[in-house]
Design a protein around this ligand. Structure first.
Ligand SMILES: NC(=O)c1ccc[n+]([C@@H]2O[C@H](COP(=O)([O-])OP(=O)(O)OC[C@H]3O[C@@H](n4cnc5c(N)ncnc54)[C@H](OP(=O)(O)O)[C@@H]3O)[C@@H](O)[C@H]2O)c1
Length: 338
């Protein structure tokens, strides 16, 4: 597959003028939903990716607090083990485990899903939370541009490998942690994924658009089988993502303000994780059959927040076919999708 063909103009990068509207969260009124609203999750099994820090850590912590069995998907064994121990210590829940997962490595990602599968456990909640911010162009060892690989292609492999378990465990849920910054992407530049000329201002929003398109394409495949797939924007949250030493485009753009803003305007990780926790656990999701929807802070379904591209079913199907073909080219065919 040629994914670096320099044909035509590269997709337009994020217009800096649009940033305040797309990435900064309006200061909303105090949340009407809190971690104490999470129901008892005894008997439920969850996987949270990127669980050693930020939103993923809080998500794993709160699921464990309500007695779920939680697998914390982390790429670093050291950071992951430390996070698992902290969650166990804070919640008293011994059913919290490390699942070694590096989404930048497609074969390892498939292996991680299979390592979970051989345990023979059900899977009721998959929080596709891990992600990386905009960074200068680089390729993974698989030869795929890194932001697209970590934020979309890795989660595509991980989720599709686990799909038959999620269907068997229904009712079950998948939450894709996207971002309102997806509105800055004017499509998926399929033939330029590996084009170094595509600005990093375009690649992160594109990957977050892919999160929503993927959720919607998943819903078309398994929504009717009791798997509730939704996507969310967590708000602008003071996490490691912003602590980038000016290496990322977002950091360079707003670094003088970030420290101040993170202490005053940003959500804390505790509040920022609430939207994905809501979508992953609130009984109303199943009661009202809420599927293929997009939520913003805190736990609010946002009907107008999606860009036209994010609502484009043909684009979602193109992304699915493209991802399947690219994965097959890199690591061979995976589990048949149910
Ligand atoms: N914070 C915000 O304002 C904001 C806004 C909108 C959307 N989001 C989304 O929220 C999600 C969580 O981010 P966060 O804000 O909590 O940032 P964070 O604290 O930096 O957490 C990101 C997590 O993803 C993991 N990760 C990165 N690369 C990985 C890889 N190759 N394989 C597996 N895991 C990997 C990180 O692991 P390491 O510790 O090993 O790097 C970390 O655990 C992301 O999808 C992000 O795009 C965040």
């Amino acid at each position: 597959m040629d994914i670096s063909a320099p044909k035509g103009d590269p997709p337009s990068p994020l217009d800096p003028a649009s940033i305040p509207n797309t990435i900064l969260t309006p200061l909303t009124s105090p949340p009407g939903y809190s971690a104490s609203d999470i129901p008892d999750l005894t008997g439920k099994v969850a996987i949270v990716t990127g669980a050693n820090s930020g939103l993923g850590y809080i998500t794993a912590l709160e699921l464990a607090r309500q007695h779920a069995t939680v697998f914390m998907g982390c790429r670093s064994a050291d950071r992951g083990t430390q996070a698992v121990e902290q969650v166990r210590a804070e919640t008293g829940n011994a059913n919290v485990h490390l699942l070694k997962l590096d989404l930048a490595d497609l074969a390892q990602t498939r292996e991680a899903a299979r390592a979970f599968a051989v345990k023979g456990l059900p899977l009721h909640i998959l929080a596709n939370n891990a992600g990386m911010p905009g960074t200068p162009f680089s390729l993974t060892n698989d030869g795929v541009e890194k932001i697209f690989a970590v934020n979309h292609l890795g989660p595509f492999v991980f989720t599709t490998e686990l799909l038959s378990i999620l269907v068997k465990s229904a009712p079950s849920r998948i939450v894709n942690v996207a971002s309102s910054v997806h509105t800055a992407a004017n499509g998926i530049a399929f033939d330029r994924i590996n084009d170094p000329n595509v600005s990093q201002l375009a690649r992160y929003p594109q990957s977050k658009l892919a999160n929503i398109l993927f959720a919607n394409a998943l819903d078309r495949r398994v929504g009717g089988e009791g798997v509730y797939v939704n996507s969310i924007h967590p708000g602008t949250v003071a996490t490691e993502m912003w602590n980038n030493d000016n290496k990322t485009w977002l950091g360079r753009l707003i670094s003088p303000l970030v420290l101040l803003a993170s202490r005053t305007l940003f959500y804390t990780p505790k509040d920022g994780a609430l939207t994905q926790l809501y979508v992953a656990t609130a009984p109303i999701i199943e009661m009202a059959k809420v599927r293929a929807k997009y939520f913003v802070p805190i736990g609010v379904e946002h009907t107008t927040g999606l860009s036209a591209c994010a609502r484009d079913d043909d684009l979602a199907e193109r992304l699915w076919a493209f991802s399947e073909e690219l994965v097959e080219e890199k690591i061979g065919r995976g589990q048949p999708v149910v």
